[in-house]
Design a protein around this ligand. Structure first.
Ligand code: SF4
Ligand code: FES
Length: 251
């Protein structure tokens, strides 16, 4: 288990025995048990992010034996259960490792770089008046399906942590695509794509080189096709705004 007291402190691995773990416990409940024991002994409990514990909010996430969110596909650590491990298994827990995600403490990292990418353009600013009828704006089925699939991204950061370049292209492309595909998001799509890609570049993320590890570990099965679409939207936006210096690809 990676223990690190703070952002600028030096970290190291510590080992703990956690006996009496029920197979029905989630991984985070197992950590709760460990923390209870540490607190009873007067030791510092292990810090880890969590909120919903239902695979929805995107707060949880760390490496288990080198795999983001652990060994199961399509699962966050809060939805991983201890029945997938055997008695006596040795587990190595580490925080996401990426320059853009500095470690705050133990297994917690600072993912505010994602927030800044969203703040750059992950919204619709068109004045919309009162709430329209749900069927007032027709959306083609294939576009609404692709937009909904992209909107499933929970911002956990596993894609960045697993990418050898620590690229945020899968996350950014999901956020760009889910708005760009919908009629409500179309009027601002060029401005949005440029702003979000520029912000992604301004953070400490690496470039996408199509390794595909991000898609493989994503708990929400966000597709690499979103990156291809973001790249197309980016080139289109660059040519529209005639910024040739920016025309070297988005990832
Ligand atoms: S693309 Fe997948 S792995 Fe990346 S932040 Fe979104 S949900 Fe997490
Ligand atoms: S705690 Fe919300 S997704 Fe895991």
């Amino acid at each position: 288990m990676w223990r690190q007291k703070g952002k600028s402190a030096e970290g190291s691995f510590s080992s703990y025995d956690v006996p009496d773990v029920s197979e029905h416990m989630s991984f985070l409940e197992m950590l709760d048990v460990l923390n209870q024991r540490l607190i009873e002994k007067g030791d510092d409990p292990v810090s880890f992010d969590h909120d919903c514990r239902e695979g929805i909010c995107g707060m949880c996430g760390f490496m288990i034996n080198g795999q983001a969110h652990g060994p199961l596909k399509g699962t966050t650590v809060c939805q991983l259960h201890m029945r997938h491990y055997k008695d006596g298994d040795e587990l190595w827990l580490e925080p996401w490792r990426a320059a853009a995600f500095p470690i705050l403490k133990d297994l917690m990292v600072d993912r505010s770089a994602f927030d800044r990418i969203i703040a750059a353009g992950g919204y619709i600013s068109t004045p919309s008046g009162s709430a329209p009828d749900g069927n007032a704006i027709p959306v083609p089925k294939d576009k609404s399906d692709r937009a909904m699939d992209a909107a499933a991204c929970i911002g956990c950061g596993a894609c960045v942590a697993s990418c050898p370049n620590a690229s945020a292209s899968l996350f950014t492309s999901a956020k760009v695509t889910h708005l760009n595909l919908l009629p409500q998001g179309e009027p601002e799509q060029e401005r949005r794509t440029l702003a979000m890609v520029m912000q992604m570049r301004a953070e400490m993320f690496g470039h996408c080189t199509n390794v595909g590890e991000c898609e493989a570990v994503c708990p929400k099965q966000i597709s690499l096709e979103n990156i291809a679409k973001m790249n197309r939207d980016y080139v289109q936006a660059v040519f529209k705004y005639r910024e040739p210096s920016a025309a070297s690809g988005s990832g």
